[in-house]
Design a protein around this ligand. Structure first.
Ligand code: URA
Length: 227
C-alpha cells in the first residue's frame, strides 16, 4: 500500500494531513526519511512518524442492510450515502463490495481490505448473489427457463451464465446469479420483456441478510474467512 494510505490507516489522519506530514519529512520508512507519498510499503514495513512506530489498524468488514434511495458511495450524491444513512462511523476508508442501484435494497458488504473485496467480485470466483425480484407482470415458465439457461443482455455478445430461479409468486422470484454486470438483474428481466419494479439482495455467498433495514453489524471471523 502507498505510504500516505498507511499513515491514514494507522492514525485516522485524512489523506491531506498524511501528505503534509510526509512532505515535511516527519515520516521514516525502515529508518530513512521518505517524502514521496507514493512510496510502497508492506504490512510489516517499519514506518514511523516523528520516531513513533505506526501500527496498522486491523481491517474492517461490515454487513449493511441498505435502505431504498441511498447510494453505495462514501459521499452523498443525488441520494444520501448508505454509510451516512445507516450511521457507519469513520467510513471514509471503506468501500462497498458489489454496488447496488439507488433503488435496490438489501445486503451490502463493505470493507477497507481491497484484497478481500477483489476475491469476492473476481468473475472466476463465481460467488452467488441471491436477489428477491418483484416484476411488473407475471413471468411465464418459458421465460424463467430462458433466464436459468442464459439470456443476451443488450450490447453484450455472450449470454449470461446459468442462474437459479425459483418462483415465490407469479410476479416475485428468487434469482441467484454469479455475475455482477452493470444493472444485471434489471437487464436480464428486460431481455425477456418484463420489468423489475423492486429489487432486494438477500445473500452473498454464505452470508445472509439478518439485520433490519438501516442497521449494520460487523462480520464474524468465520464469515470473513468463508470467501
Ligand atoms: N442488478 C441490478 O440490476 N441492480 C442492482 O442493484 C443489483 C443487481
Amino acid at each position: 500500500m502507498r505510504l500516505d494510505k498507511r499513515l491514514c490507516k494507522s492514525t485516522g489522519f485524512t489523506s491531506e494531513q498524511a501528505t503534509a506530514f510526509i512532505l515535511a519529512g516527519a515520516v521514516t520508512v525502515e529508518g530513512e526519511i521518505i517524502t514521496d507519498v507514493r512510496c510502497q510499503v508492506h504490512k510489516h514495513t517499519d514506518v514511523r512518524l516523528n520516531g513513533t512506530p505506526l501500527i496498522p489498524r486491523p481491517y474492517r468488514y461490515l454487513l449493511i442492510h441498505k435502505p431504498k434511495n441511498t447510494v453505495c458511495s462514501n459521499i452523498d450524491e443525488a441520494y444520501p450515502s448508505v454509510f451516512n444513512q445507516v450511521g457507519v462511523p469513520d467510513h471514509h476508508e471503506l468501500h462497498v463490495v458489489g454496488r447496488l442501484d439507488a433503488d435496490t435494497t438489501g445486503l451490502v458488504l463493505a470493507t477497507d481490505d481491497g484484497h478481500w473485496s477483489f476475491e469476492i467480485i473476481r468473475p472466476e470466483k463465481n460467488c452467488p448473489k441471491v436477489y428477491r425480484v418483484t416484476l411488473s407482470r407475471p413471468l411465464s415458465e418459458a421465460c424463467a427457463q430462458q433466464l436459468r439457461e442464459g439470456v443476451l443482455l443488450q450490447g453484450i455478445q455472450q449470454p449470461t451464465l446459468p442462474a437459479k430461479l425459483t418462483f415465490l409468486t407469479s410476479t416475485q422470484v428468487l434469482l441467484a446469479i454469479t455475475e455482477g454486470k452493470y444493472h444485471q438483474v434489471k437487464r436480464m428481466f428486460a431481455a425477456v420483456d418484463n420489468r423489475v419494479v423492486a429489487l432486494h439482495r438477500e445473500q452473498i455467498g454464505e452470508v445472509c441478510l439478518d439485520v433490519e433495514e438501516g442497521q449494520w453489524r460487523a462480520l464474524t471471523a468465520a464469515e470473513i474467512e468463508a470467501f
